[in-house]
Unconditional design. Structure first.
Length: 214
């Protein structure tokens, strides 16, 4: 059994009444975009690496180890490591339309240079705009919350991401109060979201590469 609750993420922004009144553009729309992005980034980080205590359980947190890297390569994956990681996930998940890779931008650059035993690139740039690049035939995405390659770091995730569930309770709220900071003549804006996440099937739908020891 897996339990999905709802953890609250929010940002409060105080703006002088003069700025709200005299601004040449819609200050509320600007704050909504910025605060919404900030709240999304805070939640997004926990959906990747959250501990599950007072925050969602992240994709990386609940994924099991598929491959551990060798010594002397500073935790970076080799071409063989990535092939082994892919095949550490059983066929029903590996062959799913939702299967793919998740990495940080920095190891993604290094992965792009890797070749197989016949000298062919493992990484293939997208043929058309808006489509994902692929690694070993599966889509590869980047997220800043994934660890960089390093000793003991979980820097590459592969598997069926449909096994991960995120629950959003009530949608995003953006609200304004002219009374909260009445004593300082400020207008208060706040963005709020309540959400949780967990991998439903933790038997091996998602696997990680872990950088080896020095």
């Amino acid at each position: 059994k897996r339990t999905l609750g709802a953890y609250k993420y929010g940002q409060l922004v105080l703006v002088s009444t003069e700025l709200v009144t005299d601004s040449a553009f819609n200050i509320a729309d600007f704050i909504a975009r910025v605060a919404g992005r900030n709240v999304g980034l805070a939640l997004g980080g926990h959906l990747i690496t959250g501990t599950g205590t007072g925050q969602p359980t992240g994709v990386v947190t609940s994924a099991s180890t598929g491959v551990t890297g060798g010594a002397g390569v500073a935790g970076a994956p080799t071409a063989d490591n990535l092939i082994d990681l892919m095949f550490s996930v059983i066929a029903p998940y590996r062959n799913s339309a939702s299967a793919g890779w998740l990495v940080k931008d920095s190891p993604r650059g290094a992965i792009r240079k890797l070749k197989d035993g016949a000298g062919r690139d493992l990484f293939e740039p997208a043929a058309t705009f808006g489509q994902p690049d692929t690694l070993l035939g599966k889509p590869i995405q980047s997220d800043p919350a994934v660890a960089a390659a390093g000793l003991g770091a979980k820097s590459v995730v592969f598997g069926d991401f449909s096994a991960y569930f995120a629950r959003f309770a009530g949608g995003v709220r953006f609200e304004r109060s002219d009374d909260y900071a009445f004593n300082t003549d400020q207008v208060a804006f706040r963005a709020l979201i309540r959400a949780d996440g967990v991998t439903a099937d933790q038997t091996g739908a998602l696997k990680v590469f872990v950088g080896g020891a020095a």
